[in-house]
Design a protein around this ligand. Structure first.
Ligand SMILES: [Fe+2]
Length: 284
């Protein structure tokens, strides 16, 4: 039977979304962003994308090869868009999903990264991967470490390189490689998203159009004791973070990870205190 990407709407009951994620490792959520939020976010993104260079230098040649030279990135979105920091990163549906998927293995979760990934004509399919490969040193089996979301800021089609995913692959042994017919394309209108586990195989598709850019936003969350891909405290420093809502500050990594109730300890202190309190008191 051909695999399919189960589709839900933002207003569907949370248990149904969770069941889909747990069973398939990935679901589509239509209408995740309201029309006005999508418009504000896109307008924030416009100026930054114009300045983004598709041939930008990455950390090393491996990462450069992964992203290719036809992709424009805007990193550290929380420092560049209040709309992102408040309405997207703190989106209630995403946080409700994270509460169920990530909280069993941590005291709080944080943003891993929030980037715009704008893939131009000629961008070839990404290497199929699991996002949790970043934390390869964690012994397996492990609890779910990451929940990711690819948001369509413009329409995603098979032609312009919609994300390709392998439903069910979150349960596969690591050595199993997917066959072509096991992939589904996350074709979706702007404002929709595909939400997937860090252990689900996926990758951006090839953009075979002549002139259509595929504007997407990757945002993901990880258990709060894990080192994040983007150093969010440096990327959104106190000068910017102090004017954001406390929930946003916490998601950016300003809150301590407090595992005392679980007979653990603290991580992320400054001067033996919670940086969130220091921000509140004007000491950061
Ligand atoms: Fe990925």
């Amino acid at each position: 039977m051909a695999p399919e990407l189960r589709r839900f709407h933002k207003t569907d009951p949370l248990p149904e979304l969770l069941k889909g994620i747990e069973e398939d490792g990935a679901i589509a959520i239509d209408g995740l962003l309201d029309v006005d939020v999508l418009a504000r976010l896109n307008s924030d993104v416009d100026a930054h994308l114009e300045a983004a260079d598709p041939a930008m230098r990455h950390l090393n040649p491996v990462i450069e090869g992964f992203f290719g030279d036809r992709t424009r990135h805007v990193a550290a979105m929380a420092s560049k868009s209040r709309c992102f920091a408040e309405a997207v990163m703190c989106h209630p549906t995403l946080l409700e999903i994270c509460d169920e998927i990530l909280l069993p293995a941590c005291a709080n979760y944080v943003l891993n990264l929030g980037h715009v990934i704008d893939r131009g004509p000629g961008a070839v399919a990404q290497l199929v991967h699991r996002d949790e490969g970043v934390w390869i040193h964690v012994p397996r089996p492990a609890p779910t470490l990451q929940l990711a979301c690819m948001l369509a800021l413009g329409e995603f089609t098979q032609e312009n390189g919609a994300t390709r995913l392998v439903p069910g692959s979150h349960r596969w042994p690591v050595e199993r490689q997917p066959e072509d017919e096991e992939f589904v394309d996350a074709a979706m209108p702007a404002g929709s998203a595909v939400v997937y586990l860090g252990s689900t195989l996926h990758g951006a598709g090839t953009n075979s159009t002549e002139e259509v850019w595929r504007r997407g936003m990757h945002l993901s969350y990880v258990v709060g004791w894990l080192r994040t891909e983007e150093n969010n405290v440096l990327a959104t420093p106190p000068a910017i973070a102090r004017s954001l809502p406390e929930r946003a500050q916490a998601l950016l990594g300003y809150a301590v990870h407090d595992a005392i109730e679980d007979m653990g300890g603290y991580a992320g202190m400054v001067e033996m205190r919670d940086p969130l309190a220091l921000l509140r008191e004007g000491k950061l």
